[in-house]
Design a protein around this ligand. Structure first.
Ligand code: ARG
Ligand code: ASP
Length: 720
């Protein structure tokens, strides 16, 4: 009997057993992976990747601008990241005369490198396990969830304050394994990072939203920055006197390219994954929440598309909004499809059952006996609140005039006692917001989105989960359209001229008029409802779930330690530095289809279409293609390789990460995943979960041959 149970465990756990490619590992603990990495082909040691005693690769990897990864590629602080990561800064520096987004930008000397106020590049200096200190005073059996949260928060404050007193570095303490482990991290925060170069969007965003999340891909998704420091070499605010940063390490660049089966690793800042959830949670995500997100966003994007296709001006105005909504929309579709094809929820249920059975086998596992049942209950209770939040954010908060009106909220509340200075500041902010808003606003789109969104909200949310505004629409108006017509006829927020006139003559006695504007009223009505009826309960349930997840995570670690002692468990991504490794290789997304592992410039020319914005190719690139002026950047097959895929377990935040070969030389920049594998944040299946990188040789080809910014190539360390 025991044998049968045991083999059942093995079968079930195999489904979630670590396959070589799965996992995002803490660099400090990489010794545990060294043997496997070397068996897979790595020629270096993990000490070369992460060391606190001498320079190592970690000294060349940064968290770029709070959301992406970047890597240093010269001894003068030259940094590479993705085009979509540098996008906001390229846009920031673009004007009508200097349209860097469209035409690209290349600083031909250091003097021409552009200052980016507020940007950061964060470099990890060291990290240490502080679990015992953070959990001091916690009794695993007796301490309640609330007490635990309080003890942990106090201990963290104390440990952090102590550490900060002894260092100039930034100190952060992060929870790993859902609150079962804590690490303290010391960071150097660089604050003078300048824009050095960017290809035109035709290259940096080639394929646009059409190709986003999809393989085969032909995007030259890179941009170039440089870190500057004070003359004594320290991270500093911008100053004219700052000098290029001399790093402890920079990545050598390989011109050798990749072959199927080659070992690679990716070093960067994955933001968030949830690989250890119970089945009920994955089911809720994939079958309840994401379908709503996908449906609502899809309807909004249809409206955008209709107007964007008609009018080139609107296409540009809504390009960034489209990209933003479309990125999640497309990804979630992939997640839902992937999980269903993989029978992911069923597999999770099998695991949950095996886990509970295991819990019943020993008295020491009492904490886990009813955990799965309790998850069922609490997620059921949570569901309406999650849906309410989803409807709110995907409908009302996508009505542009409503969220724009919200930026006048503070001004609508001033009184005659508000200091004049503060009022002036608010007016100034409002003017700025107005300018930004109208630059990219097309009212017919917004009206159509508003009517659609409110109708969807009414149709799909029960009356007691609807803000008063929506119930008023149902009761007092003939239909949603008549409310929308009235809203747009009466609000001031659709006219830049009216707003500016109003701001010119603003005095506190007029605040009321603002507060009574129907767009601002709509916003406040909906948000008040959310604050009172949704948020508190949602946070309460979420805290409860987090606490249960901590116990479940601990249980899963104990379970695997017994059932598959060889399985190493990695903590979910939490925006800390990680290493992931896997092999280069194509895959088969469906019957009869096989994807190669790389794409080429020939593929760009095949996709070329001067009438489709996403597929326009510049004359210059066509010329280089026609004359085959590839220099040393061509592959040995004679073509320019543009992108490649490999089995590295990556997620959002890994964009811009260096992808490295067996010797630790730079092969390219990670920037996306394949659509079939987007479920990898919840369930990782190595046969379809692949990361997409731009080939470094394409990057250098563009910098050197296309843009002529050869001075940048000269400062790199290139291995032919
Ligand atoms: N899908 C990638 C990521 O999640 C790239 C997004 C930027 N590119 C785009 N075409 N929207 O960030
Ligand atoms: N494109 C993502 C990013 O920007 C990476 C991913 O989700 O694979 O970080």
């Amino acid at each position: 009997m025991k044998k049968i149970i045991l083999s059942l465990f093995i079968v079930v756990s195999l489904a979630f057993n670590l396959r070589a490619d799965e996992g995002m590992w803490i660099p400090m603990l990489l010794q545990n992976n060294e043997q496997e990495m070397q068996e897979m082909g790595m020629n270096i040691t993990v000490e070369d990747i992460y060391s606190i005693n001498h320079s190592s690769m970690k000294d060349a990897v940064v968290l770029f601008d709070g959301g992406c990864t970047g890597e240093i590629v010269s001894d003068k602080g030259l940094l590479l990241t993705n085009h979509h990561c540098g996008f906001d800064w390229i846009q920031y520096h673009s004007t009508v005369e200097h349209d860097y987004l469209t035409n690209g930008f290349w600083a031909m000397s250091q003097e021409e490198e552009l200052v980016c106020p507020g940007i950061t590049a964060v470099m990890l200096k060291s990290m240490e396990d502080v679990t015992d200190r953070v959990l001091e005073g916690v009794d695993e059996r007796r301490t309640s969830a609330e007490e635990r949260a309080e003890i942990v928060a106090n201990n963290i404050d104390k440990i952090k304050a102590e550490a900060e007193a002894n260092t100039d570095y930034q100190v952060i303490i992060r929870s790993f394994y859902n609150g079962n482990k804590y690490y303290m991290i010391y960071n150097e925060v660089f604050r003078d990072v300048r824009l050095v170069g960017a290809p035109p969007s035709n290259i940096g965003k080639f394929g646009g939203d059409t190709d986003n999340w999809v393989w085969p891909r032909h995007t030259g998704d890179f941009s170039v920055f440089r870190i500057y420091v004070s003359p004594d070499g320290k991270a500093a605010d911008y100053s004219e006197n700052n000098v290029p940063y001399k790093p402890n390490y920079h990545f050598p660049i390989s011109l050798k390219g990749v072959e199927e089966g080659d070992f690679t690793f990716v070093f960067g800042y994955p933001a968030r994954t949830n690989e250890y959830l119970p089945a009920v949670a994955v089911n809720q995500e994939a079958n309840v929440i994401y379908p709503v997100n996908v449906d609502l966003r899809g309807k909004i994007l249809d409206i955008y598309n209709k107007y964007q296709e008609k009018d080139p001006k609107v296409r540009i105005q809504y390009a960034s909004k489209h990209a933003h909504l479309g990125n999640g929309w497309k990804k979630w579709m992939g997640v839902v499809e992937g999980i269903n094809n993989f029978k992911g929820v069923e597999k999770k249920y099998d695991f949950d059952k095996a886990f509970t059975k295991w819990a019943y086998q020993s008295r020491a596992r009492g904490a886990y006996l009813t955990l799965i049942d309790e998850f069922e209950k609490v997620y059921a209770e949570y569901e309406p609140y999650r849906l309410a939040t989803t409807y709110l954010s995907e409908t009302v908060l996508n009505i542009e005039v409503v969220t724009f009106a919200a930026s006048f909220n503070k001004l609508s509340k001033v009184t005659k006692d508000t200091p004049q200075e503060e009022i002036e500041k608010l007016i100034e902010n409002a003017r700025e917001a107005t300018k930004v808003f109208f630059k990219d606003y097309h009212q017919p789109i917004d009206e159509e989105v508003a009517a659609m969104a409110l109708q969807e909200y009414i149709n799909n949310q029960p009356a007691d989960f609807r803000p008063e505004l929506l119930n008023t629409i149902v009761e007092k108006y003939d239909n949603v359209q008549s409310y929308v017509d009235e809203l747009f006829a009466k609000t001031m927020f659709t006219s830049e001229e009216d707003i500016n006139k109003f701001l010119d003559k603003f005095k506190p006695s007029k605040a009321k008029k603002l507060a009574q504007d129907p767009a601002l009223m709509a916003y406040n009505n909906v948000m008040d409802f959310y604050e009172k009826n949704v948020k508190t309960k949602a946070i309460e349930l979420n805290n409860k779930i987090n606490d249960m997840q901590r116990v479940f995570m601990r249980g899963q670690m104990e379970y695997h330690a017994e059932v598959n002692p060889d399985k190493m468990m990695y903590p979910d991504a939490n925006f800390t530095l990680r290493v992931t490794y896997g092999k280069v290789g194509g895959f088969s997304p469906r019957d009869a289809v096989r994807y190669k592992h790389y794409t080429t410039l020939d593929g760009i020319m095949q996709k070329e279409n001067p009438d489709i914005y996403d597929y326009v190719v510049t004359d210059r690139l066509r010329e280089l293609y026609e004359t085959k002026d590839y220099g040393r950047y061509a592959d040995k097959d004679g073509s320019i390789h543009v992108a490649f895929i490999a089995g590295n377990h990556t997620t959002g935040g890994n964009s811009g990460s260096p992808i490295l070969n067996a010797d630790g030389h730079l092969l390219g920049l990670n920037f996306d995943r394949t659509w079939e594998g987007t479920m990898s944040d919840l369930i990782y299946d190595p046969s379809i979960c692949k990361n997409i990188s731009v080939d470094i040789r394409y990057v250098l080809f563009i910098i050197d041959k296309y843009a002529g910014a050869t001075r940048l190539i000269e400062e790199m360390t290139i291995i032919e």
